[in-house]
Design a protein around this ligand. Structure first.
Ligand code: NI
Length: 245
């Protein structure tokens, strides 16, 4: 090849190589396989808190406790004060099973628009009855219907726990609908609202536990859910879930 053609040849080859480099598909950058914090976080189970309001009711709560105990699952119960008497054994069974206990007023009344004195008339006797049974400890609050106002925030003397998944289990008492609602709506860190005064809710809750554990979820108390996400529950603050940041 004559010298003048040889230069054109190399120039053309260089241009072709540059074009190939520019046009090749972009590959994502490779990430080193190390135990990064992200991977550790992904290895942790997804967490849910099952919560039950309006109990205890002997026929249904005892069946629920039995089913949870068989599965080694802890839940949270928001109790009505006037239903404590006569159900002391059930409440002791809750505590011994590692379940968390909270208050849901004495008479199941709205706490919104009440005076501080009327709020305390609902909360204090309920907490006193629980303390005489279980010893000196703190009891979180779930206000009926989720109604909260500024006076309640100031007077609650505990964290206020609402919810992020509500199958409205009081509505049609349809086990399969409730299960389908919960399973299709949950995400990691949710707090699920149910009522242990309906046998359908008990059946639905246990089915939910079985289905969602197979899907990689673990069930814990509200306190453990918040703690596991680094949330320190404060008095007078409202918590609806503990979704990952
Ligand atoms: Ni209620």
């Amino acid at each position: 090849m004559a010298a003048r053609y040889r230069n054109w040849f190399w120039l053309g080859l260089a241009a072709l190589a540059a074009a190939v480099l520019l046009l090749r598909p972009q590959e994502p950058p490779k990430i080193a396989q190390v135990d990064s914090p992200v991977e550790v976080a992904e290895a942790q189970p997804k967490l849910l808190a099952l919560t039950f309001d309006d109990g205890p009711r002997r026929s249904t709560t005892s069946k629920l406790l039995e089913g949870l105990d068989q599965r080694g699952v802890q839940a949270t119960f928001f109790l009505i004060g006037k239903q404590i008497e006569g159900n002391e054994d059930l409440i002791l069974q809750m505590a011994e099973g590692g379940h968390q206990i909270g208050v849901h007023t004495f008479d199941h009344v709205e706490l919104r628009d009440l005076s501080p004195a009327d709020i305390h008339r609902q909360l204090d006797p309920t907490r006193e009855a629980l303390r005489s049974l279980l010893g000196d400890r703190e009891f979180i609050l779930r206000p009926p219907y989720g109604f909260v106002d500024d006076t309640l925030l100031q007077q609650a003397d505990s964290p206020i726990i609402l919810w992020s998944v509500d199958p409205e289990d009081w509505h049609d008492r349809d086990v399969q609908r409730e299960v389908a609602h919960i399973v299709s709506h949950v995400q990691d860190g949710d707090i699920i609202l149910m009522h242990d005064i309906f046998s359908e809710s008990v059946d639905a809750a246990l089915q939910v536990v079985d289905q969602l554990r197979q899907a990689g979820y673990a069930f814990v108390t509200v306190d453990d859910l918040l703690l596991s996400r680094g949330i320190t529950a404060e008095n007078g603050a409202v918590y609806r879930h503990a979704h990952p940041q």
